[in-house]
Design a protein around this ligand. Structure first.
Ligand code: NZQ
Ligand code: ZN
Length: 388
């Protein structure tokens, strides 16, 4: 096990009714709030009204950045920065899924920076005096409620990049599983694929792993496998929504990777798809993950995938290593398909002749993704073709 530093400074409030924590948490940071949210789901499911009531009761001054897109765009971040400057905002409060949270993070990090927020996406050290960020989570998927990352899309450059900064970790996050009852089936499925992918990215490695981290990762995967089908059948099943919500945070808050090196592979390949075709992040991951597993399956990786099959899918130990690895990959694909996710890039309407362009843009600032196995852009193209 490698050395590590565990520092997770978010105040996280989990469970039904925890919105009661919003006022005391906000007041730690000030009285002037930028409320960041998406295309209106929070108005339809009543969360917006609950927040308005709290703002009124507590005499919070607030301004709104609404309409944050799934795959949040640079222009929206710029709009948020202007609002913060104009109204001397003291806290940026995201109410929504990863897109609203990520947008809020880069807004908060760009207020004191004179240039474009895109510079900060490329170089997070430019973010100074990041405004405090608060979160009310409404969708279990990205783990942005408990991590230092944000992902922003630049539609002019066809780039979607992640950026990390320690001060992008929310100061507080409120996770009420009942707020996810209204999440549609397609987003429940995509969110599950996303949190499973975060777990895979932290789990699969050819270097010496950390036993305890791997067993924790398997628990998160089993939670997704157990509860996503229940949440799809019964959207207001509290136990299912609660387990998925906590799994989303645990998958990416660092816990699963302590003590090991985790070279991520699939996310960069997905971000290139979203940058060009506004693909739902979790859907792209579900399509690419089994193809990637198959592509890198050989004598050096078979044990890794076989262990995943034995531990997570309870495959028979009598299976030889390569057969178990193949069976585990098939189980993964079948599971995503069973959630109703379209399982090919063709079904997303991506033209085949664009695969090469996207493959070339997938490695951030280079030719190669340094994943479990290094992936040159030509490898990425091969994986896209397998997933087509
Ligand atoms: O926009 P509204 O109207 O709110 O509707 C949203 C949106 O259409 C809807 N939704 C959210 N909560 C709902 C709801 N609908 C009904 N009831 C609710 N309670 O769901 C749709 C998707 O929302 P979005 O926020 O885009 O989804 P998600 O949480 O999956 O976030 C995706 C973004 O996060 C990035 C992705 O790349 C993508 O841009 N990621 C962020 C990461 C991070 N910060 O660490 C890591 C991830 O790997 C990922 O890359
Ligand atoms: Zn993800």
């Amino acid at each position: 096990m490698k050395n590590f530093h565990y520092h997770m400074p978010v105040d996280l409030f989990f469970g039904q009714g925890q919105l009661q924590q919003l006022a005391p948490q906000m007041k730690r940071f000030g009285n002037r709030v930028l409320l960041v949210y998406g295309g209106g789901s929070i108005k339809r499911n009543g969360i917006y009204q609950q927040i308005m009531d709290i703002f009124a009761q507590e005499q919070i001054s607030f301004w709104e950045l609404s309409g944050v897109e799934p795959n949040p765009r640079l222009e929206t971040v710029v709009r948020g920065v202007e609002l913060c400057r104009e109204h001397q905002i003291e806290l940026v409060l995201a109410v929504g899924g990863g897109s609203s949270i990520d947008c809020a993070k880069v807004v908060a990090g760009s207020v004191q920076y004179d240039g474009s927020p895109w510079d900060i996406v490329l170089d997070s050290s430019l973010a100074q005096d990041v405004l405090p960020i608060g979160v009310v989570l409404t969708l279990s998927a990205t783990g942005s409620e408990m991590d230092p990352m944000a992902v922003i899309t630049n539609t002019q450059l066809n780039l979607k990049y992640g950026v990390g900064h320690p001060d992008f970790i929310p100061k507080f996050s409120i996770l009420d599983p009942t707020f996810t009852y209204s999440v549609p089936a397609s987003q429940t499925a995509a969110g599950t694929a996303d949190m499973m992918s975060h777990t895979f990215e932290n789990y699969f490695t050819l270097q010496d792993g950390a036993f305890i981290s791997n067993r924790l990762a398997e628990a998160v995967l089993q939670t997704c496998i157990q509860y996503a089908p229940i949440a799809l059948r019964e959207p207001d099943n509290y136990e299912a929504r609660a387990n998925l919500m906590w799994a989303s945070s645990l998958a990416i808050n660092g816990l699963l990777k302590y003590g090991k090196d985790c070279p991520w592979s699939v996310h960069a390949m997905e971000h290139a798809l979203s940058a060009y075709y506004d693909v739902t992040h979790g859907v792209g991951l579900a399509i690419l993950t089994p193809a990637w597993m198959e592509y890198i399956l050989d004598d050096t990786t078979a044990q890794m995938f076989a262990d995943y099959g034995y531990h997570v899918w309870q495959l028979e130990r009598s299976l030889d290593t390569m057969s178990a690895a193949k069976a585990a990959i098939n189980k993964t694909r079948e599971f995503f398909a069973s959630l109703g996710i379209p399982m090919s890039l063709r079904q997303l309407g991506i033209p085949e002749d664009m695969l090469e362009t996207m493959a070339k843009s997938a490695p951030k600032g280079g030719n190669t993704i340094n994943g479990v196995k290094p992936l040159h852009w030509q490898d990425v193209l091969n994986i896209y073709k397998m997933a087509y």
